[in-house]
Design a protein around this ligand. Structure first.
Ligand code: GLN
Ligand code: ZN
Length: 751
């Protein structure tokens, strides 16, 4: 069998692209130097795949920042405000990606959005009435030729026109229906240009097809591709889908003149069924996505070979399920991780081997093959990963554990009496500025340069100062400042059993930003109290209430590489029990307000709305309740979310049954408040009154005016006053000023 890779990581094995780009942004290296670093990365990545023996290798999967932005740039979909800067090509490109502030002007970047259900973010193209769609770029052609010169014949991967248009924002009066003919015509030009350079295969990535599609979406898709497919210029066309199944359009897809269709058998729950029921045409190649492009576990060859055997198609290519962009480069960079762990993992480079081994095995009577046998030996239980106590605890969870009593309305009364907070209580989201001394303290401790005592002493000093500052500013509910954490998930992961950490397993999040998600290796439990000492100490410094600060189970799971041998639901429950232990310990130590952050709750909402509850919210929301259901009604539970786009899941958010929720509202139009009102949202709310993502200090008047608007939608007794997220990225000076204005605004409103 032949093999295919949809896309390869592109940041460089040692994050070379990040470092070179950042140097370029600081004007420390020239454009030429940056281009040559990029060229070297592409070369290494291509040759790696070629050497492994992959049949269909992609070119144009590289990007300096983002491949949706590349596509916009390729077709001259560049808003005038960026053109007006009169920068070089790459200067304009980076201005769209990151904004520009300098001699030539001052413009913000394009909006950044999550790429489907991944932690990767793309830039949202803008199409306005003046946009002249036209093939002005050459990137796919150049990178195809470059690969060819290296001796690698590639399929050229491009973001497909349908997905591109569906993700674009139309800012003028034009709509998709006005824009698609021109865009399609330019894609056709691209095909002919590629044909003239000797390209044989073009891959159109159309992940949007895995979402719920309306009738007019299906018509649009058919319209676009009928045009493209009648102008193939001798090039073979692969329609590549991923992140799910294409149940709404499968039959239309297979009846079009594609030469090959890529389907995802990992995340596509219905993919196998679709192929079985409707058949697959014998004149097309089926690219079967069976090697997971999103997770880092070894492929279970038995399972995969069974799937491959069951597919009723004449011509199958073994493929990754999506681009390998979402996994780290290679396990060979992990020098500290024990082989006991490593043998169970496959990063991008190791997945190439898997593709080849699967291709080899698929033709054989593999049961007795050594490669197969070794692979299967990895799935006979992982040493040290099981914890019977944890499993028993999860099994013993009863319906009651998900229910908090008394009900919200009664708790609200009890808490008002107990806490005696003023109307419009003021608070912050948790972290205070992480100044260089704070980071240095953590680093020095990590490197063993200072003792545990010194490390703790320093943090205590910081906590004491932080409490003093908040008292002096006049905030009502104080926090300890989170000086011990660099990351809200990593910190908890490090203090939980069952987690494994990597050294260099970076994955691109957006542009030059990469994340290093921890791996959930085994059953998760809490080693010992995690935050209790810090919170207790903070409380000892003041008579005011101090809010304990935790990360919730859904966010911890969503920002880790999850296990594949147990369900997400099971994993979330394990983490929930661990965090619940922490909640109860905080309470036992006198902390009577506890915030459980769920910054990433929305991220893993299934791509199809019809799956939202059954596949996710039906266990994610109860898992959150499990964390706090057993505290006394006197203990007030807060939660925080970094966005306000939950208009469509307000009942689910209310069902978390927290007492207070703070969220981002300062940048949105406060429309969320109307929805809260319409849905009779019961939880008390703190819609952020100013944007912490900017160093700007909000004036008292501004905050008063925001609060006045909020009061028209939210009962006074339910309204909290706080910034919209943690303050850790802010400077001390602006933070002090902003919070003083916030407190002053609350005073004025109370008056
Ligand atoms: N408590 C965290 C903080 O204040 C919350 C961070 C977040 O929501 N991303 O930093
Ligand atoms: Zn936040």
């Amino acid at each position: 069998m032949n093999t295919s890779v949809i896309g390869y990581p592109r940041i460089g094995k040692d994050r070379e692209l990040k470092f070179a780009s950042e140097k370029y942004f600081r004007s420390e290296i020239s454009e030429e130097e940056l281009l040559s670093v990029a060229k070297e990365i592409r070369k290494k990545d291509l040759l790696k795949q070629k050497k492994a023996g992959i049949t269909y290798i992609s070119s144009n999967d590289f990007s300096f920042y983002d491949n949706v932005l590349d596509t916009a740039f390729l077709f001259n979909i560049i808003p005038q405000r960026y053109k007006d800067l009169n920068l070089s090509d790459i200067g304009t490109y980076f201005a769209m990606a990151r904004g520009y502030q300098g001699d030539n002007g001052n413009v913000k970047a394009l909006a950044l959005k999550k790429w489907f259900n991944t932690n990767y973010h793309y830039l949202v193209p803008e199409i306005d009435d003046d946009t002249e769609i036209s093939l002005t770029g050459t990137k796919p052609v150049d990178e195809f030729v470059e690969a060819k010169e290296l001796g690698v014949d590639t399929k050229v991967a491009v973001v497909g026109p349908f997905t591109f248009l569906k993700l674009a924002k139309f800012t003028g009066s034009k709509k998709i229906t006005d824009a698609y003919p021109a865009l399609t015509a330019e894609y056709i030009k691209l095909i002919s240009l590629l044909a003239s350079k000797g390209a044989e295969f073009i891959e159109f990535d159309e992940p949007y097809l895995v979402r719920d599609l309306a009738e007019n979406d299906i018509d649009l898709f058919k319209e676009i591709y009928s045009l493209i497919l009648s102008n193939k210029n001798g090039i073979k066309v692969l329609l590549q889908t991923y992140f799910g199944d294409i149940r709404d359009i499968y039959n239309e897809v297979i009846s079009l003149d594609f030469d090959a269709v890529g389907l995802d058998f990992i995340e596509g729950r219905k993919t196998a069924e679709l192929v079985e029921k409707n058949g697959f045409p014998s004149d097309k190649i089926l690219f079967a996505g069976v090697v997971n492009g999103k997770n880092i576990w070894k492929n279970d060859y038995k399972k995969t070979l069974d799937i491959l055997k069951s597919i009723n198609a004449d011509n199958i290519v073994i493929s990754t399920s999506c681009s390998l962009l979402h996994v780290p480069y290679t396990l060979t960079s992990e020098t500290k991780l024990d082989e006991e762990y490593k043998k169970h993992f496959a990063f991008a480079e190791e997945k190439l081997v898997e593709l080849i081994e699967l291709a080899d095995l698929s033709g054989l009577d593999y049961e007795n093959d050594d490669v197969f046998k070794y692979n299967q030996s990895l799935f006979n239980g992982r040493a040290n990963s099981e914890d019977k106590d944890v499993q028993a605890r999860v099994a013993a969870i009863t319906d009651e554990d998900y229910v908090k009593l008394p009900v919200f309305e009664e708790r609200e009364k009890i808490q008002k009496e107990e806490l005696k907070l003023p109307l419009f209580p003021t608070t912050t989201i948790g972290s205070f500025p992480q100044t260089s001394d704070v980071r240095k303290n953590r680093q020095d401790f990590r490197k063993g340069l200072i003792s545990k005592e010194e490390y703790v002493e320093f943090n205590k000093k910081k906590i004491k100062e932080c409490i003093k500052l908040q008292e002096e500013i006049g905030l009502d509910v104080l926090v300890h400042g989170e000086f011990e954490r660099n990351d809200m998930v990593e910190y908890f992961g490090e203090n939980l059993n069952g987690y494994v950490f990597t050294e260099k397993a970076w994955v691109q999040s957006y542009g030059t930003r990469n994340v290093k998600p921890p791996i959930i290796w085994g059953d998760v439990s809490r080693k010992s109290p995690i935050t209790v000492e810090w919170s207790k100490y903070a409380k000892s410094c003041t008579d005011k209430p101090v809010k304990g600060m935790l990360t919730g189970p859904v966010t911890i799971l969503n920002w880790s590489f999850p296990r594949e041998d147990i369900s997400i639901k099971e994993s979330i429950l394990q983490i929930a029990l661990a965090i619940r232990d922490e909640v109860l310990d905080l309470e036992a130590n006198g902390i009577n307000i506890i915030q459980i952050d769920e910054a990433a709750l929305r991220e893993k909402l299934p791509l199809r709305k019809s799956d939202w509850y059954s596949e996710y919210l039906d266990f994610a929301i109860p898992a959150f309740r499990l964390v706090h259901s057993k505290v006394s009604p006197k203990t007030q539970i807060h939660t925080h979310m970094c966005y306000s786009e939950f208009t469509d899941i307000i009942p689910a958010i209310d069902a978390m049954d927290a007492d207070v929720i703070t969220f981002e509202a300062s940048r949105s139009d406060l429309q969320i408040l109307d929805s809260l009102k319409e849905n009779n949202f019961k939880t008390e709310v703190g819609p952020g009154v100013y944007d912490i993502h900017s160093p700007r200090v909000p004036s008292v008047e501004e905050i008063v005016s925001a609060l006045t608007k909020m009061r028209s939608k939210i009962e006074d007794s339910k309204l909290w006053v706080n910034p919209d997220c943690g303050l850790k990225t802010r400077g001390e000076e602006e933070t002090g000023k902003s919070l003083r204005n916030l407190v002053e605004a609350a005073h004025q409103i109370r008056g």
